[in-house]
Ligand binder design. Sequence first.
Ligand SMILES: Cc1cc2nc3c(=O)[nH]c(=O)nc-3n(C[C@H](O)[C@H](O)[C@H](O)COP(=O)(O)O)c2cc1C
Length: 366
Amino acid sequence: MSHNSFGHLFRVITFGESHGPAIGCVVDGCPPGIMLTEADIQADLERRRPGQSKFVTQRQEADAVKILSGVFQDERMPAQLTTGTPIGLLIENTDQRSKDYSDIRDAYRPGHADYTYDAKYGVRDYRGGGRQSARETAMRVAAGAIARKVLDQIYGKVVIRAALVQMGTQKIDRARWDWDETARNPFFCPDAKSVDSWTEYLEGIRKAGSSVGAIVEVTAEGVPAGLGAPVYAKLDNDLASALMSINAVKGVEIGDGFATAAMTGADNADEMRAGNDGKPLFLSNHAGGILGGISTGQPIVARFVVKPTSSILTARRTIDKAGAEVEIITKGRHDPCVGIRAVPVGEAMMALVLADHALRHRAQVG
Ligand SMILES: Cc1cc2nc3c(=O)[nH]c(=O)nc-3n(C[C@H](O)[C@H](O)[C@H](O)COP(=O)(O)O)c2cc1C
């Protein structure tokens, strides 16, 4: 039974728990000849790393990645290259505080996966949530950094970016969207004018020992037409599955998604004209760059909603392993809005799905 791997030709298996000695992954199927160093991967990990602002968990992890295999360089080669063999990546866990979790050893946090893991396996590593913990998503980001390089090698430049478009009740003004702004504030918010009010809002939530949800928008530009396949390998189907697999994600939409329910067919259809480069020119992108499960060549656009952190300082009623009714307050270090650190994870899942589909497309169609 293998339920910890993902992808077909670009395949990733992750392992590790929040408070074990390390987390890691194996990337199997990466083509040879791609320049790859630890620094390439580290840059993406830095954006997801905990402890960087008061609005994310204060756990201090360097998240320093080691490449264990799958790359080679000798004195005749100008750069370290992938060899086509499995790439092993490892990140040591260095800031565990298992004692923070003694309270949840036997009691189930409402909204978390303590009960379901116990019901299914009967053995549960409760330290930091064990395998339920989003610590695992660091390996997705690491593998995603390699996936980006695969895409760039095949297609030139594929730009994959994500932003937080809603935090709790606070929405951005899309007219003020500036991608550069996402690197300047602790929320990956693309609207500079929202940052002050978001800061005040989340500070209030944090001080109250509560948490809020969020919506992340992720886009990929530079993807040609043709990725994806009928009928169980639709690009939107794989993308939705990949984004939904991120911890705490409760909904995914592609393009205009749920808003299309209120649109007419005339409004929703992306009209086409002949472009100067011989390719079609779409006059809109309600479809989010995917039709019939196959990419159109337009930007691919997806959004996902991340629920509020369930580990909170507000007392909640629950039961323990023995079935006794108890109250629980979750101590430990938790993000007041896990949607923030889900932003680079969403980018990574988009990159992983696209790299896998790019290799599958090449294998079938050439
Ligand atoms: C980046 C990220 C960080 C997270 N950090 C926490 C956390 O500090 N505390 C917590 O209770 N849940 C956290 N979560 C959410 C839990 O991992 C998740 O809710 C839990 O595994 C149950 O799974 P489900 O919500 O998908 O059903 C985080 C999620 C993400 C994406």
